[in-house]
Design a binder for this molecule. Structure first.
Ligand code: PLP
Ligand code: ZN
Length: 500
């Protein structure tokens, strides 16, 4: 819709301008630092940072009702910069001029209602939010769109001509960083560090395809992370890991979309998502808190974080009921099909601890839960989800298994509605699917395929035939007729078809 066709009272607010006053704030010591340097940890105490808008008061003063109206009308607006995550401009990074925003099609992923068989299986109404439909096939694009938009603005402002952007990754961060980096190739060079053999072939092909420098390191993600941090501490690079707080802001839009898609009614909703480095659960909670603070939603939804038995440091931390006695200790991860979340020492743990406390505090009751699932439960859930019209990755399976676990443990019950985050596209994780179908999991995974969930192609090659079409030489005449007849008959037999 053209701008002059919008109602009078919203017109002036549809296309925003930079009015924020953003600062980095250290979660440990409270230090505030301006955003005119690229910063990842507190220069005083080394802890992780989050970004705050010191001008957020103006957002609050606008009022929830008016915001709902403006955001809903923005859906109809054709403005390139505001088509993706920046529909929520005022809530993420209202310091970036619209002209510097990068939009590659991220965000506004579909909220797909589970079909009746899935609902029956789970015993609850629920939806999948299919984050695999982002441009690089995972939710990481939300954060990257924000971080790279800021870098784009920053580099122009500072006249930076050659910037190296780097990240460590369990696969999807590098795919996303390389994609967005390639769009800015004029001044940006992308390098990604991957744990050798610990990302899927598809995830490895993504940064290669985007033209990034791909560096493989022996070990697991936690090892790569240490190297990348050392690089960022000692060399001039832009770090694109989730220590980069601009990414957290972009990922908050998941929550804004969920709120908007449910007409801002989220009291009965339960958001279920996998936890790896814990950046995403941080962002999701932070997003809902912002909308609550601005009066856009009037209650907070429940949050269920899910971890595999093979990488469960956050789950272990919250096992201790007494908050004063909780102690975080990293775990050594074991092989997991939820490979993108196979992290033993989550970078965002301090953020999670802080925000979970705030979230429960604001809600006035416990609203955040962490559950643990087995590798078997993850694989079964992923395959069942996809046999019912979804495109869930292994982490999406983890979310679904987590919803079931949360119901079993009484954290979630009747009348609530699940929103299951399928964080990436199944096509990135078909190797695990194949291992399931072929019963080829190595013992450390501890996954036994259920016969009814296995699948394999069937070769149709009737014994009655002597000749088959070969490469470069087709059949002709009677031979072709016979081939078609016999093959058709065999297929009809296999599928139990009745004659017309
Ligand atoms: C990164 C990732 C996760 C984990 O998210 P964190 O922010 O690291 O907790 C889960 N699923 C997929 C597909 C991912 O790429
Ligand atoms: Zn500090």
């Amino acid at each position: 819709m053209k701008i002059d066709q919008f109602p009078r009272d919203v017109k002036a607010y549809l296309v925003p301008s930079p009015q924020g006053n953003m600062v980095y704030r250290c979660l440990a010591c409270g230090k505030e630092i301006g955003i005119d340097t690229l910063l990842y940890t507190c220069p005083d105490c080394g802890s992780v940072l989050l970004l705050y808008d010191k001008n957020f008061k103006r957002v609050k003063q606008f009022g929830g009702q008016m915001w709902r109206k403006v955001l809903d009308y923005r859906r109809m607006l054709n403005h390139q910069a505001l088509k993706g995550i920046f529909r929520y401009y005022e809530f993420i990074a209202p310091v970036i001029p619209l002209a510097d925003i990068i939009y590659l099609g991220e965000g506004h992923t579909p909220l797909v209602e589970a079909n009746n068989s899935l609902k029956e299986m789970v015993g609850l109404d629920f939806y999948f939010k299919n984050e695999g439909l982002n441009p690089s096939g995972s939710f990481k694009d939300r954060g990257m769109a924000c971080a790279l938009s800021y870098i784009n603005y920053f580099a122009k402002k500072e006249g930076i001509e050659n910037l190296l952007a780097i990240c460590a990754s369990t696969g999807d961060t590098s795919a996303s960083a390389a994609l967005y980096g390639s769009y800015l190739k004029k001044f940006l060079i992308s390098a990604v560090l991957l744990p050798h053999g610990k990302v899927t072939p598809q995830q490895l092909s993504q940064p290669l395809g985007s033209g990034a420098k791909v560096l493989e390191i022996p070990g697991v993600f936690d090892d790569c992370m240490k190297v990348v941090e050392n690089l960022a501490d000692n060399y001039q690079v832009a770090l694109l890991n989730s220590k980069n707080s601009w990414r957290i802001l972009g990922q908050e839009t998941f929550s804004f979309e969920v709120a908007q898609d449910f007409e801002y009614e989220v009291r009965d909703k339960v958001i279920v998502l996998p936890i790896g480095n814990a950046g995403n659960i941080t962002a999701v909670m932070s997003g809902f808190l912002k909308f609550y603070d601005a009066g856009i939603i009037d209650e907070l939804p429940k949050i269920v974080g899910v971890q595999s038995e093979h990488a469960d440091p956050v789950y272990r931390y919250y096992l201790e009921e007494d908050e004063t006695r909780r102690l975080f200790s990293p775990v050594t991860v074991r092989q997991s099909v939820a490979q993108a979340a196979m992290i033993g020492n989550p970078v965002s743990m301090p953020r999670v601890i802080e925000i979970v406390r705030e979230y429960n505090g604001v809600a006035g009751e416990r609203r955040v839960f962490v559950v643990q699932v087995s590798e078997q439960e993850i694989m079964d859930a992923m395959i069942i989800a996809n046999r019912n019209g979804n495109i869930a990755c292994t982490q999406g399976g983890e979310s679904l298994a987590g919803l079931q676990k949360a119901i079993k443990q009484g954290h979630v019950g009747k009348g609530e509605v699940g929103v299951v985050d399928s964080t990436a596209h199944v096509l990135k994780f078909t190797d695990f699917q194949q291992m399931y179908f072929e019963d080829k999991f190595t013992p450390e995974f501890n996954v036994k395929p259920k016969p009814e969930l296995r699948n394999a192609p069937v070769m149709v090659k009737p014994k009655t035939l002597k000749k088959f079409p070969g490469q470069g030489k087709g059949l002709h005449g009677e031979e072709m007729t016979e081939f078609i007849r016999e093959t058709t008959a065999e297929i009809a037999r296999l599928l139990g078809l009745k004659r017309k």
